[in-house]
Design a protein around this ligand. Structure first.
Ligand SMILES: *Cc1c(COP(=O)(O)O)cnc(C)c1O
Length: 396
């Protein structure tokens, strides 16, 4: 017997059957015309999902972390200054990566549960009259705390400061699940990964790179070989890769975009917003709250649930895995033990989320957290019932 419960971690996400099949293909020569036929629609699709105008899409055999590394090594030089706010594990890891590459990171320490501080970013840019800051790094959706930052607001702050820095955005856990407007927000590099909103196995870093970032590439002196955009772009011109691409994953990516666009990107975003709202209603019914400090910061892809005093979120995650075979996310870094995380992105329906909420409740009851079985499920079910998009309509 093989048990196949959905996962409720904020990546990797559940893989639709159609995508699994698309990835499973015989060996194909990546230097043949057949590869170009597979690759070009995937690239064109990524452009639409990111909302790009101009620039280039780069797809690397890597993960989101490799995407960060590629973004900075292709555009910056040792000693360059970048501006970043730290408000969760992922914004922290990006800062750490920059420091290990010899960049000078101007860090705005921000309480976990808050988003990127737009006013402080504007002030830091205004204070930088010498124009030393080369890039602003922003984590769109901080997966550790379930916080969405206002990227349009950061762009407005940069414009208000009249600062010419590039804007690099980590959209690993938002792209494909939450609205993303690379051109509208003036994003210079957007980083995504295959295993979250794109519903694929891990293995691809997916980047949108603006013309401005491409221009910075020529003068950038940080070392890179595997991740060098210049080699990639030269090979792309011939429909290929400088090395062996992850062909199956690229086939899966084309399928993923086909599925997202069949549902309609707006409908995909609306589905994520509904699923998230149902989860938050369950959390409220449990007498708990999201880690995100206010409603404008709520992520539509992951909710970090603050557990009651004396309870440990990691206990729930362990029990759910061991007793019920269901995966939730543990708290990371500063919020380890203080939260557990419910991922609600990718291939998920109301019915699947209700199963996850029921599992969380069983664990809470087992752990003696004083939560009444069915309380959160009822609140979510009431919301889903009242706002359901009939499947017959969704399929049209
Ligand atoms: C998952 C995630 C990453 C890391 O991606 P990997 O694919 O695990 O390297 C980076 N940033 C955010 C916001 C994420 O959610």
């Amino acid at each position: 017997m093989s048990f196949q419960n959905p996962v409720f971690i904020p990546g990797p996400t559940n893989i639709p059957e159609a995508i699994r099949k698309a990835c499973d293909m015989p060996t194909l020569d990546h230097r043949s015309a057949a590869f170009g036929k597979l690759f070009r629609p995937a690239v064109a699709g990524v452009r639409r999902v990111l909302g790009m105008e101009g620039g280039e899409v780069i797809i690397l055999p890597s993960t989101g972390t490799g995407g960060w590394e590629a973004a900075i090594t292709n555009t910056l030089s040792p000693g360059d200054r970048v501006l970043a706010a730290r408000f969760g594990m992922f914004s922290h890891r990006w800062i750490d990566l920059c420091q290990r590459h010899g960049l000078e990171v101007e860090i705005i320490e921000t309480p976990w549960g808050q988003g990127a501080p737009v006013a402080a970013i504007e002030a830091a840019l205004k204070a930088d009259t010498a124009g030393r800051i080369k890039a602003v790094l922003a984590t769109h959706n901080e997966t550790a705390t379930g916080v969405r930052s206002d990227i349009a607001g950061i762009r407005r702050a940069m414009d208000a400061a009249g600062h010419g820095a590039m804007l690099f955005v980590d959209g690993v856990s938002s792209i494909g699940s939450m609205p993303f407007d690379m051109a509208g927000w003036g994003v210079d590099i957007a980083v995504a990964g295959s295993q979250k909103g794109f519903m694929l196995p891990a293995g691809l870093a997916i980047l949108g790179v603006s013309d401005k970032a491409l221009a910075a590439m020529e003068g950038a002196r940080l070392p890179r070989t595997f991740f060098d955009f210049r080699d990639m772009l030269r090979s792309y011109a011939g429909g290929g890769y400088p090395y062996t691409p992850a062909v199956g994953l690229i086939a899966g990516l084309a399928k993923s975009i086909e599925m997202l666009e069949e549902e309609g990107l707006e409908a995909v975003y609306a589905r994520h917003a509904r699923l998230a709202e149902g989860v938050r209603r369950a959390v409220a019914a449990w007498g708990m709250r999201p880690c995100a400090a206010s409603a404008d910061l709520y992520s539509e892809t992951v909710t970090a649930v603050v557990v009651p005093p004396g309870c440990n979120g990691t206990d729930l995650v362990k029990l759910a895995a061991e007793k019920y075979g269901v995966a939730f996310g543990v708290g990371l870094g500063e919020v380890a033990g203080k939260v557990f995380r419910i991922g609600h992105l990718g291939m998920l329906t109301d019915v699947m989320v209700l199963g996850g909420l029921a599992t969380a409740e069983m664990c809470m009851a087992d752990l003696g957290w004083g939560v009444r079985l069915g309380s959160g499920v009822a609140a979510a079910a009431e919301f889903y019932r009242g706002s359901a998009v009939p499947m017959a309509m969704a399929a049209e």
